[in-house]
Design a protein around this ligand. Sequence first.
Ligand code: PLP
Length: 464
Amino acid sequence: MNSASSPISSVPAAGAICEACGRFEAVRMGDRLLCPECISVAGSCCPEFGAWDAWSSKTGVAPRSDTTESRSPGQNPPGASTLCIHAGTHHEARIGGACSPIFTSTAYAFPNPANENIYPRYFNTPNQQVIARKVAALEKGEAAVVFGSGMAAISTLLLAHLKPGDHAIFQNDLYGGTVQFINRELTRLGVEVSWGADAAEFATVVRPETRLIYVESPSNPLLRCVDLAAVAALGRHHAVLTFVDNTFATPINQNPLGYGFDAVVHSATKYLNGHSDVNAGVVVGAAELIRRVMAGAVNFGGMLDAHACSQLERGLKTLAIRVQRHNENALALARFLQTHPAVARVNYPGLPDHSTHALAARQMRGFGGMLSFELRDPAQVDRMMSRLRVIMPALSLGGVESLICVPSRTSHRTMSPAERQRAGISDGLVRLSVGIEEIEDLWKDFEQALATESITRNPHSAAP
Ligand SMILES: Cc1ncc(COP(=O)(O)O)c(C=O)c1O
């Protein structure tokens, strides 16, 4: 990499051009000369060669196939944690550092082996590509592009595919910022929109001008799941694109591309980074779709800088192990709250009485770290929030720390009361992002925050 300033932790390797992709300096891999990009894991970075093969020959680990059944005996596909740690890393061959160097340059020499203009707002710098390859590998997509926020990813994905006169279908209960973008920007640009709850409702509003269907599963903040296979099949039937916000599920719990979705979008600010200290977004899909998204992204400009990419890369390395703990804690806390006398209703897809539990059990590998609930007396919400000691009242979600908020006043406050009512979001609904603290400390925090003279603990409660 010939850049105007040196990477922080290493210097670029000198040598031959990669025989697989014709880019960057190559190192010898058996009888081949490959660049660090192609030695990395994701297939997206090098369709000419198939980077899986390169990684396999380096590590002796066979590539993961899409289904367990299609694996031949004796293969040992990398698991989620292995991908989180190793996929996409920019290996610096000369020094051999374990971590991708940070390439701070905004100017890269031209011409270069790829004959490509490398520039942060072109979404093609080494650190941006590390994230793209890692998330593409985790979502089992061909390619990905990283943005400066989840909303930059969502808005660019939608604007890249819609023009005045087009029609788009959206799920009722989406993240409030997405709803605001649809209502204030898409409609202003002459895009017609329809809303629905599930594939059956979407089917009734499809028109010849319909370009795409957009869903969130589980949804924010009611944790409703949509049938991903049914929505993707509907899209295919009508030649309509299908997009899904997979932020709440994470690629550890769910891979929508495997159900036939065309694109997955993430607010990487949440679980992918996981430490409440980076704002970022990612779109994953087929190489052709990502090329189209990047063509729009260059004009909209919502890129992520190298330092933030590096911080996000570090966060991603522990995604699988964090999500496993989020899943465990959220299920335990949902069961606890469900039996608490002060709580009227808990929304968590892992509870058997949740409206989409069976669906979640079918299409998710874990039920996620998000839940929401309503108190029997909505007037007690502020009192409870002010008495919590471990759980922090705050906007956002997906970090290691437990965060609690009232969606009607935070994430969904820009929606009108009528829109909130249509989405089923009451003013007393509380959303909880369950962190990875000790579960006993979270139980105790709710015990003391919900305690009143008049309410005593249910002696039949399963949880302590
Ligand atoms: C489900 C979901 N999607 C997208 C976003 C937007 O992400 P960002 O804040 O990174 O722009 C959020 C933010 O809370 C979200 O919860």
